[in-house]
Ligand binder design. Structure first.
Ligand SMILES: Cc1ncc(C[n+]2csc(CCOP(=O)(O)OP(=O)(O)O)c2C)c(N)n1
Ligand SMILES: [Mg+2]
Length: 584
C-alpha cells in the first residue's frame, strides 16, 4: 500500500471524533455527502464546515442514501451519507439495502446514544444497530474516539472489496464529541480501497480452460451481462471478448451499458421483458453469464435459461454461482479479469470462430430491425395521453451519448429498461434494481448530477415515486443542479393498477392518485416546470430541460391512464400473469 498523502500533510493533535471522521473522509477525497444532522454527529458537521467539505442537507435520510448510491455508481467511489440517532438511522434502511443488493460501495454514518445513558429511555433511542445490521455489508460500532481513523479505513476496505456494498459506522455521541490526541500516522489511507474494484481476482486457470472449451465448440454463444460489469469497469474487456469471438451480448436492467445498446452485437434486455434477447437465449448453445445474479427478473421467474444449455458463470461472489442455475463452468473472479482470461485462452480460436459465427451475428441487426418494425406503431405513436414507448423514443433522440438516465422503480424503469438505448458503454442508465423501491429517481438524479456536473442528467420517475420524494425538489434546487426530472404522470400507482386490472378483473383498490400538475408544483418551488400532453412537444421539452444548467426542470408528462395498456409486456409479453402470481 502506497499512501498518497505524505505524513506531513496529515492532521495531528487533539481533536474530537467528529473532526477525525471528517479528516479521514477528506484524505479519502470523497465527493459530496448527503445527510440530516442531529446532536450526536454535530462535531462532524462542524468539522465539515471548517474543512470546506461539501455536504448536502436532504429532507429524508433515505434520499441521502439513494443520492449517495447514485453518486457511487457514476464514480465507482464510495458514496457517503449520514443520519442521526433513531429515526435518522432507521430512515437509512431502504436506501442502504438498495446498495447492498446492487453491490454499491457506501460509507454511512449514524449517530447513536451517549453510552453513559444508553438503555435509559434516551430520546430517539432504539435498537438501531440491530435494525441496520442486515441492511449493510458490515456494521462497525465505533467504541473509542482513538479508533475512528482505523475503523473508517476498515469501512473503505469492506465497501470496495469483493462484491462492494454499504458499510455503516455506528458512532455513539460520546465517541463523536469525545477528544483524543491523534498522530499523523493514525490517518493513513489505503488508496486502493477508495474505488471499486479495490482488488481484482482471476478465476482458476483450469476453470478458464473448461469454459473456453465450451465456448469454442458453441455455434450460438451468448453473453448475459449484469450490473457487475459496471462495478468491474469491464467495458473494454467485454467488447474485446465479444468482438473477437463474435458473441452477442444481452443485458439485465443493471447491466445495460456493458456495451452500447446501439452496438450491432447488443441484443438488448433479457428476462421479464425482452425485445429479441429471450428468443436468442432459447436458441443458444452456450451462455456466458457475467456479473449477474440470475435472479427472478433476469430469469423470468426461473424459467430462463433452459437447463439444457451449457452455462458459464463468472462472478466475484463464489457462492452466487449455482444459486439459481447450475453452472457447467464456474469462474470465480473479477468480471474484467475473467473476460480477459477467456479472450486470451480463446485467442488462437478467434479467427475461426468469427468465420463460423458470421451468419449468427448477422442475424442480430436483422432481428432487431424486425422487432423495430413490429414495435413501430408504439415507438412512434402520436396518441394522447402519450404512449410510454413514444416517450422512450424521444429520450433516445434527445439524450447525448455521455448523458445519464436515472430510472425509478415503477413503469419509468420498466419501459426505459426495455426501450432506452445507451449510445456508449458505461453507467449511462441507472435503475435501482437492488431493491426496486419507488422514489429513487429524484434523489438518485441528484446524486448522479452532483457526481457528473457537466454531464446531461435526466431522472425519470412515476408520479407515485415523485410524490414520495417531493421534498427533495427543494434539495435539488438548493444544490443548484440542472437536473431534468421526467414525471410519468398516469395518475396512478400504475403498476399496481395494471396488475389489479390483469388479475382482479379491474377491481381497483388504493391504486389511483389524484390528478396533479407537477409542472406547476415545480414552478412554485422555484424550479422550471413544463407540462407535456402532446407527444410532438416532448423533444422541445427535453431540450429545454437539458439546457437549464442551474436549477431543476420538471417535465410533467401525461401518459396513458388505461391500466390495460400500462405494462411494457403488451409490447413484448414475457410473463403470463396467473391469479395468485406475484409479479413484483
Ligand atoms: C417503496 C415501494 N413501495 C411499493 C412498491 C411496489 N410498487 C412497484 S411499482 C408501484 C407503482 C408506483 O407508482 P408510480 O411511481 O406512479 O409508478 P407507475 O407504476 O405508475 O409508473 C408500486 C407501488 C415499491 N416498488 N416500492
Ligand atoms: Mg404512476
Amino acid at each position: 500500500m502506497t499512501d498518497p498523502v505524505p505524513v506531513s500533510n496529515r492532521p495531528t493533535g487533539r481533536m474530537n471524533g467528529g473532526r477525525a471522521l471528517a479528516e479521514m473522509l477528506r484524505l479519502a477525497e470523497v465527493g459530496p455527502m448527503f445527510g440530516m444532522g442531529g446532536f450526536q454527529l454535530l462535531p462532524f458537521y462542524d468539522a465539515l464546515a471548517q474543512l470546506g467539505m461539501r455536504h448536502f442537507l436532504i429532507n429524508d435520510e433515505r434520499c441521502g442514501a439513494f443520492a449517495a448510491d447514485a453518486y457511487a455508481r457514476v464514480t465507482n467511489r464510495p458514496g457517503v451519507c449520514d443520519g442521526t440517532l433513531g429515526p435518522g438511522a432507521t430512515n437509512l434502511v431502504t436506501g442502504l439495502i438498495e446498495s447492498l443488493n446492487a453491490g454499491v460501495p457506501i460509507i454511512a454514518l449514524a449517530g447513536d446514544t451517549n453510552r453513559a445513558h444508553s438503555w435509559k429511555n434516551m430520546t430517539q433511542e432504539c435498537r438501531q444497530a440491530e435494525i441496520l445490521r442486515p441492511a449493510v455489508k458490515e456494521l462497525i460500532r465505533v467504541e473509542m474516539t482513538s479508533r475512528v481513523p482505523e475503523l473508517l479505513r476498515r469501512a473503505f476496505a469492506v465497501a470496495t472489496s469483493g462484491r462492494p456494498g454499504p458499510v455503516l459506522l455506528d458512532v455513539p455521541e460520546d465517541v463523536c464529541h469525545g477528544e483524543h490526541d491523534f498522530t499523523a500516522e493514525d490517518f493513513a489511507i489505503d488508496p486502493s480501497t477508495l474505488s471499486v474494484p479495490a482488488r481484482r481476482t482471476r478465476p482458476d486457470r483450469a476453470d478458464i480452460s473448461r469454459a473456453a472449451a465450451l465456448i469454442a465448440r458453441a455455434k450460438r454463444p451468448l453473453i448475459l451481462v449484469g450490473g457487475g460489469i459496471h462495478l468491474s469497469a469491464g467495458y473494454d474487456a467485454l467488447l474485446g471478448f465479444a468482438e473477437a469471438q463474435s458473441i452477442p451480448v444481452a443485458h439485465t436492467m443493471s447491466g445495460k451499458g456493458g456495451i452500447a445498446c446501439t452496438h450491432p452485437l447488443s441484443v438488448g434486455l433479457f428476462g421479464r421483458y425482452s425485445r429479441i434477447a429471450n428468443e436468442l437465449i432459447e436458441a443458444s448453445d452456450c451462455l456466458v453469464v457475467v456479473g449477474c445474479k440470475l435472479g427472478e427478473i433476469a430469469t423470468k421467474r426461473y424459467v430462463l435459461p433452459p437447463e439444457t444449455i451449457p452455462l458459464i458463470h463468472l462472478d466475484i461472489v463464489a457462492e452466487e454461482i449455482g444459486r439459481c442455475r447450475t453452472a457447467d463452468a464456474a469462474l470465480w473472479g473479477d468480471a474484467r479479469a475473467g473476460m480477459e482470461d477467456l479472450a486470451e485462452a480463446l485467442a488462437d480460436e478467434a479467427k475461426r470462430a468469427r468465420a463460423a459465427r458470421a451468419d449468427y451475428v448477422a442475424e442480430i441487426p436483422s432481428r432487431m430491425a424486425s422487432w423495430r418494425d413490429e414495435a413501430a406503431a408504439r415507438l412512434h405513436s402520436e396518441e394522447r395521453p402519450i404512449h410510454m414507448a413514444r416517450l422512450c423514443t424521444e429520450l433516445n433522440k434527445a439524450l447525448p451519448a455521455d448523458s445519464i438516465l436515472v430510472a425509478d422503480g415503477g413503469f419509468a424503469g420498466h419501459w426505459t429498461g426495455l426501450l432506452y438505448d445507451t449510445k456508449s458503454p458505461g453507467r449511462h442508465f441507472i435503475p435501482d434494481r437492488g431493491l426496486a423501491s419507488i422514489g429513487y429517481g429524484l434523489p438518485g438524479g441528484i446524486g448522479a448530477a452532483l457526481a457528473a456536473p457537466s454531464t446531461p442528467t435526466v431522472a425519470i420517475t412515476g408520479d407515485g415515486g415523485f410524490n414520495m420524494m417531493l421534498g427533495e425538489l427543494e434539495t435539488a434546487r438548493r444544490a443548484g443542479i440542472g437536473l431534468t426530472i421526467v414525471v410519468v404522470n398516469n395518475a396512478a400507482s400504475g403498476y399496481v393498477k395494471a396488475l389489479q386490472h390483469a388479475i382482479f378483473r379491474g377491481r381497483y383498490q388504493s391504486s389511483d392518485l389524484v390528478e396533479m400538475d407537477y409542472a406547476a408544483i415545480a414552478r412554485a418551488m422555484g424550479c422550471d416546470g413544463i407540462r407535456v400532453e402532446d407527444p410532438e412537444r416532448l423533444g422541445d421539452a427535453l431540450q429545454a430541460g437539458l439546457g437549464e444548467r442551474t436549477r431543476p426542470t420538471v417535465l410533467d408528462v401525461v401518459v396513458t391512464r388505461d391500466p390495460a395498456r400500462m405494462l411494457p409486456a403488451v409490447d413484448n409479453r414475457t410473463v403470463e400473469i396467473k391469479q395468485g402470481d406475484r409479479v413484483a
